[in-house]
Unconditional design. Structure first.
Length: 457
């Protein structure tokens, strides 16, 4: 490595450098460059060595993962090229993916990976590795679409408070999942209060969840607070800068052509993410048209949809009187239910509200009838019994509002479609295993406050 490179290597001497400036090491007097030694602290600043050491200031974090690829992202304080070294042994990372573009916002797509395989990795530049090559830095590729594999999904809603509430919800989940880990995780919007700025994302997401970020692919949706500083039509603003989301069906589904809404597959689950804040919800608009095409094309047994504004809520937002919520209920639900959606996840209301097994409820809460309740029981195998969707049955979906991962806001919590409504901090854990989906609401003290099961066998 020469002095003209972005970083000093600890074992580099001026004498071995093609651009030997003859100044730094000599003046430093120790005969070697020191990675923490700055030209600006040198009386004869030669301007060749870096003024600041290169450090990772964000991430690494994982995006758009599939059974054959993933995008590794991170931020550095100084611009460099980008290198990810990866392999099946943290002490022998024999493969390299790289980008020669000099940047502080690094995004390296790795392709050609084996499915359901753990890869250890390190990030850095062509001149120096920065972090990784240890037991803590790994990603695991998804199973092939359609393969039934035990899958754990962590779901956070309105988590962006960057405070002790979010920390306690995080810690409760981390201790709950332990060495089981997380296969993928969802953020249901309002990921960084109050305006989704880059600084707010740093505190509410990158400083809050570093462990999960570097090991599991994060799939977010846009909340209204994220939308204060982002624009879906132009795909601009911090939300769109920070996340690399599939526009061309890189992880399955039908290409959406936008990061605002997208689909992907993981094992035998098909996920659909909608933008309930800043994209046209019209049933004949681009988003719903794309969604219908995507749902028509999937052969996955499980369909999970998520977006920010809940179709049913009597939490801090009321689905009987707020347009954004009503639009999603009236326009998205008929399409989703006609293709057999199993579970819909939203946030926005800062509470946990979980419905019975429903079908065909597209009006206000007062229009709910008995025939719309496919199963009004608790959905628990130790109680009224699991919700059943045997064979090719398409009717029946559970709707969860999970917007209490960062704060709670008191409200009536009396929507008649809900089996249970709780004003508690927490997050949702989904476990899908073949023909069985189990959901758990885990509060911030680690207690399992609600569970239900959907079975297709
Ligand atoms: Fe919101």
């Amino acid at each position: 490595m020469g002095c003209g490179d972005e970083v000093c290597a600890a074992d580099e001497t001026c004498a071995s450098c093609a651009n030997d400036c003859g100044l730094c090491p000599d003046l430093c007097g120790d005969g070697t460059c020191d990675a923490s030694e700055l030209c600006s602290t040198c009386d004869a600043d030669c301007g060749i060595c870096p003024d600041t050491p290169v450090t990772v200031t964000r991430g690494p974090y994982l995006q758009s993962g599939s059974s054959s690829g993933v995008v590794v992202r991170w931020r550095t304080n100084e611009n460099t090229d980008s290198v990810v070294a990866y392999g099946d042994d943290p002490t022998s990372l024999t493969n390299v993916a790289a980008s020669s573009t000099t940047t502080g916002e690094h995004a390296v797509r790795i392709d050609g990976l084996a499915a359901e395989t753990r890869y250890y990795y390190a990030i850095g530049s062509s001149t120096a590795a920065l972090v990784g090559a240890d037991d803590d830095h790994f990603f695991t590729t998804a199973p092939q679409a359609g393969a039934a594999r035990p899958t754990r999904i962590w779901v956070l809603g309105d988590s962006g408070t960057a405070n002790d509430n979010a920390r306690s919800v995080r810690d409760a989940y981390e201790s709950f999942t332990g060495s089981r880990g997380t296969d993928l995780w969802l953020m249901l919007g309002d990921n960084a209060y109050s305006d989704g700025t880059d600084d707010e994302y740093q505190r509410a997401v990158f400083d809050m969840y570093p462990d999960t970020l570097r090991n599991a692919v994060l799939w977010p949706t846009l909340g209204n607070h994220d939308g204060h500083s982002a624009d879906s039509a132009t795909q601009t603003g911090p939300y769109y800068d920070i996340f690399t989301l599939p526009t061309a069906a890189e992880a399955g589904g039908v290409p959406s052509g936008t990061e605002a809404y997208y689909a992907f597959d993981y094992a035998n689950v098909h996920f659909v993410c909608l933008d309930s804040y800043d994209s046209n919800p019209d049933p004949n608009g681009p988003m719903m048209t794309w969604m219908e095409n995507d749902l028509a094309a999937t052969t996955q047994p499980w369909i999970v949809a998520f977006w920010h504004h809940p179709p049913y809520s009597k939490g801090s937002h009321d689905s009987d009187s707020e347009g954004g919520l009503e639009d999603m209920r009236e326009f998205a639900l008929p399409i989703l239910e006609s293709y057999g959606v199993d579970l819909v996840l939203s946030g926005h209301s800062h509470s946990y509200e979980r419905s019975m097994l429903l079908n065909g409820h597209y009006g206000r809460s007062g229009t709910l009838t008995g025939s719309m309740m496919i199963d009004s029981g608790d959905g628990r195998e130790g109680g009224d019994g699991a919700y059943l969707k045997p064979g090719s049955t398409t009717e029946g979906a559970v709707y969860i509002v999970a917007g209490s991962s960062g704060k709670t806001s008191s409200a009536p919590l009396d929507h008649p479609a809900m089996y249970i409504s709780l004003l508690e901090l927490g997050s949702v854990v989904l476990d899908v295993d073949d023909a069985r989906l189990e959901a758990t609401f885990l509060d911030d003290a680690g207690s399992e406050r609600d569970t239900f099961t959907i079975r297709k066998d």
